[in-house]
Write a new protein. Structure first.
Length: 159
């Protein structure tokens, strides 16, 4: 069954017949497994990965390091839940290391992202500090390469 999940994660547009053949399963078993995965919230949704740089839409994505004070008996969960309720927030991850949460957000401009951090995120009661990093260019996301070099095209570095 793990193979089926990996195939769906790789490309959720595979037909049921393709999934059955690639996972070496019967079609009815694929349908039953997917239905069960969806009911059990193992599969949370299906999503396209869009290269927004190839469109006329202006978009800014930022990774924000957030340090927080964990709450007794709730740890980081309560503050993470408050943060992920905002529409701008795409992802929130609990981290090990120098900071506690990684928050990924998108906005229409640098100013919009900066306002979100200064007006909404930083003032939260349990947030002790933030550090914002703007994503300048995406090369690869979820195993998909955004921009491949043309065949025969190479980069040369002269020393």
């Amino acid at each position: 069954m793990t193979k089926l999940l990996r195939l769906l994660e790789e490309d959720c547009t595979y037909t049921r017949e393709q999934l059955a053949a690639m996972a070496n399963m019967k079609l009815e078993d694929v349908d039953a497994a997917i239905k069960q995965y969806e009911e059990d919230k193992v599969i949370l949704g299906y999503q396209a990965i869009v290269d927004w740089n190839s469109t006329d839409r202006d978009d800014v994505t930022a990774l924000i390091e957030v340090k927080v004070t964990p709450q007794r008996e709730e740890g980081f969960d309560r503050v993470a839940e408050r943060i992920y309720q905002y529409d701008e927030v795409e992802s929130v991850y609990l981290m090990s290391g120098a900071f506690d949460l990684t928050v990924i957000i998108s906005g229409r401009s640098l100013r919009e992202v900066a306002q979100f951090v200064s007006d909404r995120l930083a003032p939260l009661e349990d947030v002790t500090s933030t550090a914002t990093h703007f994503i300048l260019k995406k090369y690869k996301e979820k195993h998909l390469i955004f921009e491949k070099q043309a065949p025969g095209e190479r980069e040369f570095i002269f020393v």
